[in-house]
Design a protein around this ligand. Structure first.
Ligand code: ADP
Length: 500
């Protein structure tokens, strides 16, 4: 067992800060890396040491594997945490780090490799009796044969790039006529976007929920799960609101999903923190989608309901410790909701809205957590993911956690750019979200930009017009009074202007 003394976080922004905070609590020295665009970022200021990697583009900074390893060696770093995104799911980076004699805070390169390919992942878990969406098991090379399979599965079907990720590389095919054309497009898109043209087909589940299970495994073969996260509110197949637990998962379903997730992790001898993603149909049948071999953006909701610090667990596992708690020790405490605050304009198709954070005041108070990597006055760089912050609330019940979220959103003050805050408040107040009866189509079904305009009820409109009439009457009276005063030949002042 090797005690980590100095940790380099190969990432930026909120996740870099979040990881370094835990490291400090554990008495571990921290090293930040940054690009020229992030020179003044909070994660750079927070670290004990910081090294500039290069120009802003990720390919010239945060993705430079050899440079990051070189920096680590020169500063006597003994472990690297990759965060999420960037190099976090790059098996060759994990291998290079290990080969350099540095601890990689994450799973083995082999586990990253298998789970990084959706097809290889399906193969790996096929022996373990895990429910999977009906589809092809191998990459499609013979289009007519695939068409026969698609007919068997039934339309609509989904073409997926095996190497796809982040909601990219998916195409829905509504009927047989479109099949060939869509398939050719999907293959060439997969080749250009991921350098791998392997695609496969799956039944397209029309109204699915996305529910995932957090797992933790140690290097001694123990794997446990930390319950589910509901991530169905998405735009462009990407999550924007998450919660734990899910409003629809019963104890029995939780147990079944948890056991399936543990089997998936065991199928690739997993250690570290990971997430097994499932898609859930209207009848609450669940099917394995993929495994993410890293810390997820939405991990805080799990931390809030379990009281565990997942980064601390990752570090202890990387040091070689066995898990310090068992499945039976874990209990769900209350409910947590997370909204992702993106620099995006929900009125304009959620396109990034980059600019300067002229005002930036965080909400505070009981049960409110903000994980962010910006300060007032900073620019949001165009080079990276436009997420400004994650706002998380925790309370005894789902209802109270949502109410707390609405309060926190109202307290959050951001000017200078458009954000997803108003959209998230709309979701928190929406009947479908509140009742728990929603799926991944929430945005398409219920959201239009006008929903962000103030919606007055008839009652409110009546009150407003009554208020306007009484204001008008008051002004008229005041004006009359001024006129009569003036007529009484008082000194001429600009009272009238002031009153009006
Ligand atoms: P990525 O690796 O790009 O995140 P996933 O396989 O995790 O891809 O899927 C992302 C999202 O796409 C899911 O959360 C879900 O909304 C949608 N999706 C994936 N597979 C299906 C399917 N078979 N039917 C319907 N929707 C799907």
């Amino acid at each position: 067992m090797k005690k980590i003394q100095k940790l380099l976080v190969a990432n930026r922004g909120e996740i870099s800060l979040r990881i370094m905070r835990t490291a400090k609590e554990m008495g571990i020295k921290t090293v930040a890396v940054y690009s020229e665009a992030d020179r003044n970022a909070p994660h750079v200021k927070f670290a004990d040491e910081a090294v500039c990697l290069g120009p802003p583009a990720s390919s010239k900074s945060y993705l430079l594997m050899d440079k990051i390893i070189e920096v680590s060696k020169s500063l006597n770093v003994d472990a690297i945490h990759p965060g999420y995104g960037f190099l976090s799911e790059n098996a060759s980076f994990a291998q290079k780090v290990t080969d350099a004699g540095i601890i990689f805070v994450g799973p083995s390169p082999a586990a990253i490799e298998v789970m990084g390919s959706k097809l290889a992942a399906k193969h790996a878990v096929s022996k373990y009796d895990i429910p999977m969406v009906p589809g092809t098991e191998d990459a499609i090379s013979d289009i007519p044969a695939a068409k026969v399979k698609a007919n068997e599965i039934g339309y609509p079907i989904l073409i997926k790039a095996s190497a796809g990720g982040g909601g990219k590389g998916m195409r829905i095919v509504e009927n047989e006529e479109e099949f060939e054309e869509q398939m050719n497009r999907a293959i060439s898109e997969a080749e250009s976007a991921f350098g791998d043209g392997a695609v496969f087909i799956e039944k397209y589940i029309t109204s699915p929920r996305h529910i995932e299970i957090q797992v933790l495994g140690d290097m001694h073969g123990n794997v446990i799960h930390l319950f589910e996260r509901e991530c169905s509110v998405q735009r462009r197949h990407q999550k924007v609101i998450e919660e734990a637990p899910s409003a629809v998962v019963s104890d029995q379903m939780r147990k079944a999903m948890g056991e399936a997730a543990v089997k998936v992790a065991k199928a690739c001898d997993y250690y570290g923190a990971g997430t097994v993603e499932f898609i859930v149909d209207e009848k609450l049948n669940f099917y394995f989608l993929e495994m993410n071999t890293r810390l997820q953006v939405e991990h805080p909701v799990t931390e809030m309901i379990t009281g565990k610090d997942l980064v601390k667990e990752q570090i202890l596992i990387a040091e070689g410790h066995p898990l310090s708690f068992s499945q039976e020790d874990l209990k769900i405490h209350g409910h947590a909701v997370e909204v992702r605050v993106y620099a995006e304009d929900p009125r304009n198709n959620f396109l990034p809205d980059i600019g300067n954070l002229q005002t930036y005041i965080r909400p505070q108070g009981s049960g409110v957590r903000v994980d962010d990597g910006f300060e007032q006055g900073m620019d949001i760089p165009i080079y990276y993911d436009p997420m400004i912050a994650k706002l998380i609330t925790h309370a005894d019940t789902r209802e109270l956690a949502m109410d707390r979220m609405i309060r926190a959103i109202e307290e959050y003050q951001i000017t200078g750019i458009e954000t997803t805050l108003g959209f998230c408040k709309f979701v928190m107040e929406h009947e479908a979200f509140r009742s728990g009866d929603f799926d991944t189509k929430f945005v398409e079904k219920y959201f239009t930009p006008e929903k962000l305009d103030i919606q007055w009820t008839e009652e409110e409109l009546a009150l407003l017009s009554a208020a306007a009439v009484s204001l008008y009457e008051k002004q008229k009276t005041d004006l009359r009074r001024v006129n009569s005063l003036q007529n009484d030949a008082l000194p001429r002042t600009n009272w009238k202007n002031r009153l009006l």
